[in-house]
Design a protein. Structure first.
Length: 492
């Protein structure tokens, strides 16, 4: 079957100042690295056609399919706290929008397909390593049930890109509910383009928040809904030990999806002060600072929306401050909701939150592996269960036994049987996460040795993270001291 994609491009119906039309660059020798056949099917796309030479030409930017309207989106952003008035898609091109089988409108974007008007000094390209890293981590996040952009395909271009050293080039096909970011609002607000801000807000309501279209004060409702989704998203990140790494305002999607997987990673040992990005020298984007940073970014969004909220500036500021102050409550509700699920508790009672904070405190003290500590709890609900595998995760003197006794007593007093609690916990606490040392090892094997087998195996495991698969126990283990990867590096 020839490749056919039913595009309908709503962003192209916005005024021309929202984007720049651009043709992706042809790849000299495109070759498919990985294709997400499940996602292709959800999008109503024929996987075989995508994998054919014609499909790979499209996925590499070499040919532009009928109905596409390729463009680079304009946006601004605060990067590590400093405002940059014009960023934009410097190495990404929105091909257009498709409607998934479930009715959702989704962007198809090529990342790494060459220069655009927003490229500044960059080459518009991406290297195989970061492309395959984003593919794997975003698909793992989706498998955890965390809102995220998705990855449809990764294609090698056959071209060499120059970073610290020459590296093989690649293009990622990213799928998103929309690529509108906090920084997109900032782009227009900074230019005092109130009409642009309003059109963007209307677009976002129509596409991402249709439930508030008829509200009395739609822009205030929009801001409140964005705050709520963002609070929930960050709570979900923390629940799997995820550190985004570059929570700049241009990397925060208005949809509430995780976007822009650069130097991100997951905690091994529980350490809330963990910073994973080599370029984050101040620890601005540490694991435990993510809620605070999300709220800071949302304050920047609120500033952009002021003219839409009220003609009276003080009144508008009041609305933003009031909605923003809801962040902490939304975050805590989502955070404790998810962490209590991780403990097998479905009906919150007074005192339960202390069980969460109590466990995290002993985990931190004992440098316990975050993922395994939660995963192994499901095996030791019964008082007679063998706790060796769990206790061995904690250093000496961590004092986890009193906590364990309190937690068991709480579960026994609850309305779930131990078997019910255990199976709910095994569906919430992943056995396998994309551990940094495994990801790096798998990527190295491809870049240095042209051997994709470790990557394929890791991808399979992290996209089925709740399965206990004896053949994959090594992938579930924390790194030994000599395997630990101290920092991750930006994808650029
Ligand atoms: P990021 O760090 O991926 O969030 O990107 C920040 C900004 O830099 C965005 O405007 C990107 O489009 C731009 N950028 C990143 N890498 C490149 C590149 N290789 N070529 C051109 N622009 C880039
Ligand atoms: Mg970005």
């Amino acid at each position: 079957m020839p490749l056919s994609i039913a595009f309908d491009n709503s962003y192209a119906r916005l005024p021309p100042r929202f984007y720049e039309r651009v043709r992706p660059e042809a790849a000299p020798s495109p070759g498919l690295l990985v294709l997400n056949t499940t996602l292709a099917d959800e999008l109503g796309l024929d996987a075989e056609a995508l994998a054919s030479p014609e499909g790979v030409a499209v996925l590499s930017g070499t040919s532009v399919p009928a109905g596409a309207d390729p463009m680079a989106l304009a946006y601004a952003g605060h990067q590590f706290g400093h405002f940059v008035p014009a960023l934009g898609d410097g190495r990404a091109v929105l091909l257009g929008e498709v409607t998934a089988r479930n009715g959702r409108r989704l962007d198809l974007q090529l990342k790494g397909s060459g220069r655009t008007v927003f490229s500044r000094r960059g080459d518009g390209k991406a290297a195989v390593g970061p492309v395959l890293r984003e593919y794997l981590v975003s698909e793992a996040m989706a498998a955890f049930g965390i809102p995220t952009t998705r990855s449809l395909a990764a294609v090698a271009t056959g071209e060499t890109v120059l970073r610290e050293r020459p590296l093989p080039g690649a293009v990622l096909t990213r799928v998103a509910s929309s690529h509108v970011r906090v920084g997109t609002f900032q782009y227009f607000a900074h230019r005092s383009d109130e009409d642009g801000v309003r059109r963007l807000a209307d677009y976002v309501i129509d596409r991402l928040y249709p439930e508030i279209a008829g509200a009395d004060a739609p822009y205030a409702a929009l801001f409140a809904s964005i705050v709520q989704r963002q609070a929930r998203l960050v709570a979900l990140w923390l629940s799997v030990g995820f550190v985004h790494g570059v929570m700049n305002t241009d990397n925060m999607a208005i949809s509430g999806e995780t976007i822009d997987y650069g130097p991100c990673a997951f905690l091994d040992a529980y350490d809330p002060s963990m910073v994973l990005s080599s370029i984050d020298r101040q620890g601005r984007y540490a694991y435990s600072r993510q809620p605070q940073i999300a709220q800071w970014n949302l304050a920047r969004l609120g500033e952009c929306l002021l003219p839409l909220l009220s003609e009276d500036r003080d009144q508008a500021v009041k609305i933003v401050v009031e909605r923003l102050s809801g962040f902490a409550g939304d975050f805590e509700a989502a955070y404790f909701g998810r962490f209590l699920e991780k403990l097998g508790i479905a009906d919150e009672r007074p005192g339960d939150r202390e069980l969460v904070t109590g466990l995290l405190a002993v985990m931190q003290m004992g440098r316990a592996d975050f993922t395994l500590a939660f995963r192994r709890l499901a095996d030791i609900i019964a008082p007679e269960a063998d706790t060796e595998a769990f206790l061995s995760l904690f250093g000496a003197n961590a004092g986890v036994e009193p906590w364990l006794a309190a937690w068991r007593a709480r579960l026994a007093a609850g309305n779930r049987s131990p078997a019910e609690a255990a199976s709910a916990m095994r569906a919430t606490n992943p056995a396998i996460i994309p551990r940094n040392h495994q990801v790096e090892k798998a990527l190295d094997a491809i870049v240095e040795g042209s051997d994709g087998s470790a990557y394929v195996r890791l991808l399979q495991a992290v996209t089925h993270p709740f399965d206990d698969r004896p053949e994959d126990v090594d992938l579930g283990r924390p790194p030994r001291a000599e395997e630990r990867v101290a920092a991750t590096f930006c994808g650029t």
